[in-house]
Design a protein around this ligand. Structure first.
Ligand code: SF4
Length: 375
């Protein structure tokens, strides 16, 4: 097992802030043209060299943005990383830049993992969030092509007031397209995220219990900024009756879930029938700054893209040194938190969203206000 004190499993690099889309919730507040202080090609290659100092097996480098395809030297940097055997993933925007030629080139350069955003189960929801009419259909076509090319495809979805009712329909799309990794992002009020409606803590609990049911359908659900999904999964997996059977009424009573859970699960059963498999929740103990680190377009280092707590800059600091020895990251990795997260028996497995604690209290070690659990 990886020692997260020593090296992350994922390094996110925001290659650029440039993007042709203008998504309503964009963390990066992406703009049409790159910013003048974006890392140069040499600096980006220097970042790759820095990553090799974590030693093999290297963390996976996920190239994000903005839209990484807007970076003119992208394939030069990717080629350099691939030559060094760094596993690569990319999170491109769905625009005309993500065409057949680009997909083939990504395969040629050994980029295995690709994540594509789908924020609605139908055109209206997705297109409104993405800010471009017709983007839903384009996204479905892109997903089909990527699956055909045998990329490891992951769909990313924002769960918020505007999208929550579409979640079962997105699961249906994933099953139809044969995609088995679904990363569900929960809102942090940063960037343009302040323009989107957040769920209440009670709704967070309902949605995360629904996501546990989704894992019964052969889909690996990963949550971003809702690590308490792992508390829920741990509770539920230990109940033998629940493990073997999806009994909506029983679960609602036992965990005091609300109408949202019931509606979502019933919709899902209506679309896909009762699940045939036991649940398979994905519950690693990573969090912002533990197992995950983020390098922004200008080299700033953050615990994650949603937690704008600056830890250094790769222009002057060594990423390995910052990841291992920054005092705040040491406390995050140890689970040395304040408020209820500090007292919680799940603080190692979960630990709460550091990004949400920072957004709410301006204190990255504080408790996660979206969690209903009282330890
Ligand atoms: S109180 Fe904090 S650590 Fe405990 S389950 Fe909730 S978010 Fe996680």
């Amino acid at each position: 097992m990886l020692d997260y004190n020593e090296k992350p499993i994922l390094i996110f690099w925001e290659a650029t802030k440039a993007c042709m889309l203008r998504c309503r919730h964009c963390r990066a507040e992406a703009i049409l043209n790159p910013l003048p202080d974006e890392l140069s090609t040499d600096e980006a290659l220097g970042l790759i060299d820095m990553i090799t100092r974590f030693e093999k097996p290297y963390p996976v480098l996920i190239i994000t943005g903005g839209d990484p395809l807007m970076r003119k030297d992208l394939f030069e940097v990717i080629g350099y990383a691939a030559d060094k055997d760094i596993p690569l993933g990319i999170a491109p925007a769905v625009t005309e830049l993500l065409n057949d030629k680009t997909m083939d080139k990504l395969i040629e350069y050994n980029v295995k993992y690709i994540s594509i955003s789908l924020d609605g189960g139908m055109p209206d929801t997705h297109d409104v969030i993405r800010g471009v009419k017709g983007n839903f259909h384009m996204t479905i076509e892109v997903l089909k092509k990527l699956v055909k090319r045998e990329f490891k495809v992951q769909v990313n979805t924002l769960a918020c007031k505007e999208t929550v009712n579409d979640l079962p329909y997105i699961v249906k799309i994933l099953k139809d397209l044969d995609i088995d990794i679904w990363e569900v992002f929960f809102l942090i009020k940063v960037g343009r995220g302040i323009e989107v409606g957040d769920l209440t803590p009670k709704e967070y609990e309902d949605v995360n219990n629904f996501l546990y049911e989704v894992s019964r359908y052969g889909i690996e659900v990963r949550t971003v900024e809702a690590p308490f999904y792992r508390r829920i999964a741990k509770w539920r997996i230990e109940d033998e009756y629940d493990y073997n059977k999806l009994d909506v009424k029983y679960i609602m009573r036992k965990y005091r879930l609300g109408e949202l859970y019931e509606e979502l699960v019933k919709k899902l059963i209506g679309l896909l029938g009762y699940p045939q498999n036991p649940p398979k929740p994905h519950i690693p103990s990573t969090r912002d700054g533990k197992g995950i680190i983020f390098v922004s377009y200008n080299g700033d280092i953050y615990p994650s893209g949603f937690a704008p707590y600056r830890l250094g800059n790769i222009r002057i600091d060594d990423l390995v040194e910052v990841y291992r020895n920054n005092p705040i990251l040491i406390r995050i990795k140890k689970g040395d938190f304040k408020g209820k997260c500090g007292k919680c028996e799940f603080k190692d497995l979960c630990g709460g969203s550091r990004a949400r604690a920072y957004a709410e209290y301006r204190d990255i070690l504080h408790e996660d206000p979206a969690c209903t659990y009282i330890p």
